[in-house]
Design a protein around this ligand. Structure first.
Ligand code: HPA
Length: 236
């Protein structure tokens, strides 16, 4: 048990898929894993461990934003000996160059957040994916005939804001889309010497307000889930 996860030691696999939403973790466990067991439900943040193609893998939620993914990823890495976390999430595109359903493999996450600086003394505004899992995802995407574009992402603390203009940091680091967790995950993994990647599905085109509707989401996220599972078991 850790402060925020009630699984026993040994009940979480070396590789964890981490969606933001606990119900997405449940959906993945129930539809993609065999023998999935619920190992933690503290605060409704569900964690499951099961088998994918005979290999043990866990899936559990990060919640939203750096404070939340900061807590869960830190406890997974330090208390459960997790080696690799693959965040799977959605993002909003700042540009119509991206289309809804596009898959992105995050190369660098840029943020205005002070999370990495005050947590670990990491001063950089942009932190890269950590370890080899990003490359494994690229290779696996090719094998699966999927396009997962290597992209920089703006990791923001803010969902609702007054000014609709693209934030300066997104322009500075060439980020065509925004989400709210990758920077926190990469900062923890960098500090701890662990592996971390983020795969995103574009769910919103911010300038046109086009989006994937709630009832299309489950189906829309299937390629991302399968890519993360296939790459995840390769890293074991
Ligand atoms: N902003 C931040 N995070 C997001 C968005 C967004 O527009 N869409 C999906 N995740």
């Amino acid at each position: 048990m850790s402060i925020h996860i009630s699984a026993k030691k040994g009940e979480i696999a070396k590789v964890v898929l981490q969606p933001g939403d606990p119900l997405r973790a449940k959906y993945i466990a129930e539809n993609f894993l065999e023998d999935a067991k619920l190992v933690s439900q503290t605060r409704g943040i569900l964690y499951y461990t099961g088998l994918y193609k005979g290999k043990e893998i866990s899936v559990g939620a990060s919640g939203m934003g750096f404070p939340s993914i900061g807590i869960y990823s830190f406890e997974l890495f330090t208390e459960y000996d997790v080696e690799t976390i693959i965040r799977i999430g959605t993002c909003g595109a700042y540009t119509t160059d991206l289309k809804v359903y596009d898959l992105l493999n995050v190369e660098n996450a840029a943020s205005e957040s002070t999370y990495a600086k005050f947590a670990w003394g990491i001063e950089e505004e942009s932190i890269s994916h950590q370890g080899n899992i990003f490359n494994t995802i690229n290779e696996t995407a090719k094998e699966m005939s999927l396009t997962a574009k290597a992209t920089n992402i703006h990791s923001s603390d803010i969902f609702y804001r007054k000014d609709p203009a693209i934030p300066a940091i997104a322009t500075k680091y060439n980020c065509p889309a925004v989400e709210m967790e990758a920077f926190g995950l990469f900062a923890n993994a960098k500090h701890l010497g662990k592996n971390a990647a983020t795969i995103l599905t574009v769910s919103d085109i911010i300038p046109t307000h086009e989006n994937i509707s709630a009832d299309q989401r489950e189906k829309a996220l299937k390629p991302m889930i399968e890519l993360a599972l296939e790459a995840g078991i390769k890293s074991l």
